[in-house]
Write a protein that binds this ligand. Structure first.
Ligand SMILES: Cc1cc2nc3c(=O)[nH]c(=O)nc-3n(C[C@H](O)[C@H](O)[C@H](O)COP(=O)(O)OP(=O)(O)OC[C@H]3O[C@@H](n4cnc5c(N)ncnc54)[C@H](O)[C@@H]3O)c2cc1C
Length: 291
């Protein structure tokens, strides 16, 4: 089951619009703080003072840049780039995602609400002059990375040449020694992006919940609350940040042998899952026995 990003955003917005003020089309330009609050200036609207600033502005967080330092200090390239491109027509299959792998490259077609979405994930060293907003650069990177690829890739690359909603970025993690400084804190990908391999949306939502709980527990002492939020939420984030290499090896094997092994393992998967299910029925877990 898949909940699309835009559906999730709409649900969150509708649920909170009565109790929160939303300002669209603006961005922070400077943050300065003292013991009792944070002064923020904006690109479009007048400066304001807040008790607390929570940067939930994603991998390329402006909050992180303003309060902690340049992105290059905190973002770690994981050796892959990812691109997506919605297609006009329906996907070939309504249920199945179809993957085409050659060593170091994966192209795929996903059904999303009846429409097809093309996705590309490929191994590539960090591109020094990469600009996550430069669509023409993204088209060039993709064309070079998938040169000579078979299956439906030539047809998809033809669409890439004119697609207005092509999206491409480095697969990266955010790693920080601390997510908070004074009364400014970070949440979700801004603080601890796991990359696309690892429940990033779930972690962002769980982190927000933990942050809310801790702020409610000691509203007069936000620093203590932020420290408890980080200590608790890191126990969920840290293990997932370590799993990315294995997920990448599964999705984008680097060699022909890797592709063959992955395919063989995938064919055995249903049998392994069935065996595991049977084991749980034959030997109930201790908790079930105790209950
Ligand atoms: C291709 C891809 C597929 C993925 N698939 C999955 C998946 O299947 N399951 C999963 O759990 N996770 C997935 N992830 C990871 C997931 O998308 C992220 O971990 C998650 O979106 C993080 O949420 P966030 O709210 O921290 O950041 P984001 O979702 O990036 O949201 C940040 C928001 O801040 C806004 N913003 C940015 N800058 C500013 C600014 N200066 N001022 C104001 N607002 C700003 C942005 O417009 C955006 O709305 C995927 C990621 C990628 C790239």
């Amino acid at each position: 089951m898949e909940v699309t990003r835009s559906d999730l955003a709409a649900i969150l917005y509708e649920t909170s619009r009565q109790s929160a003020e939303f300002v669209f089309g603006d961005t922070m330009t400077a943050i300065s703080q003292d013991d009792s609050g944070v002064d923020v200036t904006f690109e479009q609207t007048a400066p304001r003072r807040f008790d607390l600033v929570v940067g939930a502005d994603g991998l390329h967080s402006t909050t992180r840049q303003l309060a902690f330092g340049p992105e290059s200090e905190f973002i770690r390239h994981m050796g892959l780039y990812v691109a997506t491109m919605p297609l006009d027509g329906p996907a070939d299959s309504r249920r199945d995602i179809v993957l085409h792998n050659t060593p170091g490259r994966m192209a795929s077609l996903h059904p999303v609400h009846g429409r097809a979405l093309a996705a590309f994930i490929f191994r590539h060293p960090q591109i020094d002059d990469f600009d996550h907003r430069d669509l023409d650069q993204h088209r060039r990177i993709l064309a070079a990375a998938y040169q000579g690829a078979g299956w439906r890739v030539p047809e998809l690359l033809e669409k890439v040449r004119t697609a207005g909603d092509l999206w491409l970025d480095s697969v990266s993690q955010a790693r920080m020694d601390s997510w908070s400084t004074g009364r400014v804190t970070l949440l979700g990908d801004a603080a601890s992006s796991v990359s696309l391999f690892g429940d990033g949306s779930t972690l962002a939502m769980a982190g927000a919940h933990t942050l809310g709980e801790e702020l409610a527990a000691s509203p007069a002492d936000p620093r203590a609350a932020l420290s408890r939020y980080e200590a608790r939420h890191r126990t969920l984030v840290d293990p997932r940040q370590g799993n990315v290499a294995a997920a990448a090896a599964l999705m984008v094997p680097a060699t022909r042998t890797g592709v063959a092994l992955r395919n063989a393992a995938t064919r055995l998967w249903p049998a392994a899952a069935a065996a595991s299910w049977l084991r749980t029925r034959i030997a109930p877990r201790p908790a079930a026995v105790a209950a």
